[in-house]
Write a protein that binds this ligand. Structure first.
Ligand code: IPM
Ligand code: MG
Length: 359
């Protein structure tokens, strides 16, 4: 029997609640499958640790998790710690050194969930957004001079490398090719940003030549927001820069019903380092400790983790269980307009797993 070693990092806010729900569901799934199990190590890295020790994770933190098969991450962010400190101290401190350059964000309207788009019922919104996750606007290049003086100046420079753009394009084309519609939209802003974004477009065209069976188009990011709202069915796979995709994926999550459902995979496709799976939602301190956080974003992230581990059958089983539960409005948490608790949704998914008769 295979035992997958998982590093669980619940982080801040509702992170702890959704990650323990996710771990519970993973164990229930392993029991149902019987062919694999999970060994979960918990790491208490996050803002509490930062406030006590000055660091979100220990100095050898990455060493402690480098040998795990996958990382399950909750959320990072606390009201009394500046957001950029948190982001660079924990999430990016894992993503960037582990070269998790492909951030994958699927969006679908799950059964039982209503899109805020009047005319959209389900099948016409089925997207995967690929976010460049290692450079671009999140490269951390820039600085501040004349701090606090009237002449203070600050820069945040987006850094794009040919290697970085080519690998994310290749990843996105390959993903688009694996999906039935073989359709990719390359998001850009090469009208206003005339250096890096123009290089981005050129590399897209070069890589496209390697994938003659993929239909692709190019879209300015502002026009893309409109297309997502007005013509969702014209979109399938999307590739965009770190910041563009950050924004588009939040819009996508809202259009699919709730940020509480949306999953992410931070992948190191070469598998030199472990990949990291996390719900898109943040730490949501306003509902922390109330037991009403939506665990579906974490469960769906677990599906992505299972796919990455090569457990496609188990991934499909977990996705079926999630969809059976979302189909029942009495099992919706408050973000979906319901009254269900995290524990009720978790128990329902575990029950659906045990009752799933597919071989
Ligand atoms: C996301 C989030 C993060 C990001 C925040 C929490 C820094 O919005 O994963 O989409 O911008 O990358
Ligand atoms: Mg975001």
């Amino acid at each position: 029997m295979t035992t997958y070693k998982i590093a669980a990092i619940p982080g801040d806010g509702i992170g702890g609640e959704v990650i323990s729900a996710g771990v519970e569901v993973l164990h229930a799934l392993a029991k149902r499958e019987a062919s694999f199990g999970f060994h979960v190590d918990h790491f208490d890295w996050g803002s509490e640790r930062y406030k006590k020790t000055g660091a979100f994770m220990p100095e050898n933190g990455r060493e402690l998790i480098a040998g795990h098969d996958a990382i399950l991450f909750g959320s990072a962010g606390a009201p009394d710690v500046p957001d950029h400190i948190t982001l660079w101290g924990l999430r990016l401190a894992i993503c960037q050194p582990f070269d998790q350059y492909a951030n994958v964000r699927p969006t679908r309207i799950l059964p039982g969930i209503t899109s805020p788009l009047r005319a959209v019922t389900g099948p016409e919104l089925d997207w995967v957004i690929v976010r460049e996750n290692s450079e671009g606007e999140y490269a951390g290049v820039g600085g501040r001079v004349h701090r606090g003086l009237p002449e203070e100046a600050a820069t945040d420079v987006s850094m794009f490398t040919r290697a970085g753009v080519a690998r994310i394009m290749r990843f996105a084309f390959r993903l688009a090719q694996s999906r039935p519609r073989k359709l990719l939209t390359v998001v850009t802003k090469s009208n206003a940003q005339r250096h890096a974004m123009v290089m981005w477009d050129e590399i897209a065209a070069e890589v496209a030549a390697e994938f003659p069976d993929v239909t692709w188009d190019k879209m300015l990011v502002d026009a893309m927001t409109m297309r997502m709202v007005l013509r969702p069915g014209s979109i399938d796979t999307v590739v965009a820069t770190n910041l563009h995709a950050d924004i588009l994926s939040e819009l996508a999550a809202a259009l699919a019903g709730s940020l509480g459902i949306a999953p992410t995979a931070n992948l190191n496709p070469e598998r030199k380092f472990p990949s990291m799976f996390e719900p898109i939602h943040g730490s949501a301190f306003d509902i922390m400790g109330k037991g009403i956080a939506n665990p579906v974003g974490t469960f769906w992230s677990c599906v992505m983790m299972l796919e990455h581990l090569g457990e496609a059958k188990a991934a499909a089983r977990l996705m079926r269980a999630i969809e059976r539960v979302t189909a029942d409005p009495s099992l919706h948490t408050p973000d979906l307009g319901g009254k269900a608790t995290t524990a009720q949704v978790t128990a329902a998914v575990c029950n659906a797993l045990l009752g799933d008769n597919t071989a």
